[in-house]
Design a protein around this ligand. Structure first.
Ligand SMILES: [Zn+2]
Length: 494
């Protein structure tokens, strides 16, 4: 095959047995000198949730409480009322006064059927009274550690759910079956392949039931899911209270064809998100408070050490700078911080960047967040701190092993939206942190493969690497890829 790279240089390659090979291979395709890039690697997203969300009510773009209520009512009237009404991409910061909907507002349009509107940031939701009741949450229910039930001036529930409270009520909705999960992986895989993604990492397998989710990924891989599947399993489902039987885990993982589907370690959440003022930050949010640590520092360190000593790599969600200090303490305590990953690191001081450079863990960022959540970031942090979010240029200049990813379905997850945001940050964000187009593409390909431990085979067009690539008519990014190949097989054409 021959095509051109992003600089217009001719690239010639052949494919045999699913890999790029030297010289002439038996499988040849004339790409007519179109532009060819390695397949994108989305090393942090949520695959089953993405597939499930594609079938839920989507509230993105609705700018008032009335519009949201109309959409809920309309969806209610044309869906099965014996199920929960689940909506995604709720965001009160789009309303003119920034005030949440309440359970009372929702009860007026849907009184009996449980309704749950999930916030765009994935860390909060609003429930109606039927959903609170199903979850057994009442006026006397105490806030769980690391979470809060919204209450009005009289102490009555408002239906607003933050962090652990949001997770708790969400967990009371009926769990998807194995069949539904497998379909969701396939649906998400097809969506991602259209974006040019050939490898994706589920960054919290075990949200419902680890065994069922692993089986769903395994089945989808066997059924020809267009993307390679990498799985980071929730810590508690392997080493904590919801632990799967270790022999059963080994059995399931060893049945997987690792090129198509494999586990890459364990996931831990250290804090929340900026949009819900739950990221653990130094200083305070504009509305007060310094966020929520999900675990006390000693507990976090014990969890990281336990995983490390069992041979797992960990990936720790840490958005705030206060949380990042504690995660780095825990990584340092393992003696091998370079084996682990820190996810998001949205607020970083120069001192923290130096420390990251010394410890050298893998670092991931999701540039598309700046494009989708800029208003809520400025509202919660003020302009000055928001200006310095996601310091990709500084992190790269410090020599850190940075990769880009999406965190879909929190955002739609087209890698070009992330790449464009990283090369030309939206107004209000420090333009000195912009990076070059070719670096941004590398962070979404080669560096993503490295973040997944696939550096030997992934993210490059070189002999021996997986033949995962995408073909563009004209300039990449102006429109999507016209062809996407995974392991030398055409998996999407647009
Ligand atoms: Zn995530």
């Amino acid at each position: 095959m021959n095509g051109r790279d992003m600089s217009g240089n001719l690239v010639e390659f052949a494919v045999e047995g699913g890999r790029f090979v030297d010289g002439e291979g038996p499988e040849t395709v004339d790409l007519q000198k179109r532009t060819v890039l390695p397949g994108f690697v989305d090393s942090h997203c949520h695959i089953i949730p993405m597939g499930l969300d594609l079938q839920k009510l989507n509230l993105s773009g609705l700018g008032s409480r009335e519009q949201v209520l109309d959409a809920v009512l309309e969806w209610h009237s044309r869906t099965d009322s014996s199920t929960w009404l689940l909506a995604v991409h709720y965001d009160q910061t789009r309303f003119s006064d920034g005030a949440h909907l309440t359970c009372h507002d929702l009860d007026r349009v849907v009184p009996d059927r449980p309704v749950l509107l999930r916030h765009s940031n994935g860390h909060a939701s609003v429930a109606n009274s039927a959903a609170l009741k199903r979850a057994g949450v009442g006026p006397e229910t105490p806030d769980p550690p690391g979470g809060a039930y919204g209450r009005d001036a009289n102490g009555s529930l408002t239906g607003v759910l933050l962090e652990r409270s949001h997770e708790f009520v969400t967990s009371k909705a009926p769990e998807p079956t194995l069949e539904e999960m497998t379909d969701a992986v396939m649906r998400a895989g097809r969506r991602m392949a259209q974006f040019g993604i050939t490898s994706a990492t589920d960054m919290m397998t075990g949200r419902w039931n680890l065994e069922r989710e692993l089986l769903a990924y395994h089945r989808a891989a066997q059924d020809g899911c267009p993307v390679r599947l990498r799985l980071s399993m929730q810590w508690g489902t392997v080493l904590g209270p919801r632990r799967i039987e270790p022999g059963r885990l080994r059995e399931i993982l060893s049945a997987m064809d690792e090129e198509r589907c494999k586990s890459i370690g364990l996931k831990i959440f250290a804090d929340g998100a900026i949009g819900s003022a739950t990221a653990a930050i130094h200083g305070e949010f504009t509305g007060g408070g310094n966020g929520t640590l999900i675990y006390q520092p000693d507990r976090l360190r014990a969890m990281v050490l336990a995983a490390h000593s069992e041979g797992w790599a960990v990936a720790v969600h840490s958005i705030g700078d206060r949380s990042t200090d504690l995660v780095l303490d825990a990584f340092e305590a393992t003696g091998e911080p370079c084996r682990h990953r820190i996810e998001h690191v949205m607020l970083l001081s120069d001192r923290q960047i130096d420390r990251l450079a010394r410890l050298n863990p893998l670092v991931t960022m999701q540039p598309e967040f700046l494009m989708r959540f800029r208003h809520s970031y400025r509202r919660q942090l003020g302009q000055e701190r928001a200006f310095r979010l996601k310091r990709a240029r500084s992190v790269l200049d410090a020599g850190l092993r940075l990769s880009f990813s999406s965190d879909a379905p929190i955002v739609p997850g087209d890698p070009w939206d992330g790449i464009r945001t990283a090369t030309d940050r939206p107004e209000g964000f420090d333009p000195n942190e912009n990076i070059e187009l070719e670096s941004a593409v590398r962070l979404y390909t080669r560096a993503g493969a490295q973040a997944n431990g696939d550096e030997e085979w992934g993210g490059e067009i070189l002999p021996g690497a997986w033949a995962d690539f995408q073909v563009y008519d004209g300039d990449p990014g102006e429109s999507g890829p016209v062809e996407v190949w995974r392991g030398g097989e055409l998996v999407a054409s647009n």
